[in-house]
Design a protein around this ligand. Sequence first.
Ligand code: ATP
Ligand code: MN
Length: 467
Amino acid sequence: MQTIKRTRILDVLKSSEFGTTVNVKGWVRTRRGSKSVNFIALNDGSTIKNVQIVADVEKFGEETLKQITTGACLSVVGTLVESVGSGQNCEIQATEIEILGTCGSDYPMQKKGQSFEFMRQHAHMRLRTNTFGAVFRIRHNMAIAIHKYFHEHGFYYFHTPIITASDCEGAGQMFQVTTKNLYDLKKGEDGKIDYSDDFFGKQTSLTVSGQLEGELGATALGAIYTFGPTFRAENSNTPRHLAEFWMIEPEVAFNDITDNMDLAEDFIKYCVRWALDNCKDDLDFLNKMIDKTLLDRLHFVVEHDFVRLPYGEGIRILEEAIKNGHKFEFPVYWGVDLASEHERYLVEEHFKRPVILTDYPKEIKAFYMKLNDDGKTVRAMDVLFPQIGEIIGGSEREENYDKLMSRIEELHIPMKDMWWYLDTRKFGTCPHSGFGLGFERLILFVTGMQNIRDVIPFPRTPKSADF
Ligand code: ATP
Ligand code: MN
């Protein structure tokens, strides 16, 4: 085989240097043909598009061509020629074909139109399909957009720990981290496990959020963001919850709740615009195959202001809807934690655009959120999106030490290991705000996929941690 440098199919398809010799490598999508000539659609993951390889049957022989089945891996050297058929502007007239890896008929991604459930069971191979190729190229692009946005806006990327000893936020839904021998757990006289001889000398877990440490960063560097994995052992078997997901958490000193809403809206629009500008081929594919309203929805979000509405107003609208005959599965009353059906009603049916709900009852929100003057509500903000429901949750933080402490006492929050957090309020405290965006919820929105398990390469959900 001639040794020439491999060209990615993405670049080959853009080229118009007809007559030059190129080398492409990739996996066979299909092979079809007549007695004299075969057409092989080859994909290398650099783009959703395949390059067409034209192979002369007499030159390569039936026996060789027979081995070129769907899923096989090839290295092809050939001449770049202008394509006469429709579709691509060029194709490759093969001069040499090396079969790097054959692929038997038990290859699970053989057929078209397999169910997503089936593909989840073969998540290691689903990556090679058009749909998952598109989703994961978009996922990459969204990660780039996030870093670009924050870098351009003066935020510092701040790394918060994954192993944490604080259990004040997610008690009950945290995964424990231990090196203790679980087959021989010694308990103290009070029946509790003694962690003093555990790796960290205390009980530790995987983090549910980087926010508390993020606040330390923001009150030193001014504006930071985290972007890392978070873990929740909540047993929510829904299409919008994972046990391991990625979260983006900006935190900004001196921002109030309005600045926080402005940031959330500007940031999310930037990300969606980035997808429209940089992922055209993949979005066109998803718009055609997965959700025909996807592109319209993305354009709509970029072009329209989000509605900003206090929680109380939202409840009033929902109660009105019930009076007018709308049926919800879960009850609506002031104080209720809104279910996804309520959020989606406000967004999809009432306002028909994204909604930022603010000023939630303090009982349903976290202890660190700033109390409003009414003593009943806190400066929380949830961004609600069509199809998704909650995509962002955030707030202005309580910066007053005494008010924060009285909330902590009211809620009996275990703060014994949290002295460092309280120090932010003791030493030069300042107003500050931030939010958390679930990365996979953003990818759901941008791809039009229906299930969060299909926008992360290897999903972790209750009873499922394969691959
Ligand atoms: P939900 O009510 O949807 O469970 P939450 O109120 O528990 O969300 P937060 O604690 O505010 O969520 O987390 C911030 C963001 O992280 C959410 O807005 C959402 O986008 C995302 N998120 C939260 N839990 C999950 C999960 N289990 N899987 C994927 N994303 C999640
Ligand atoms: Mn949750």
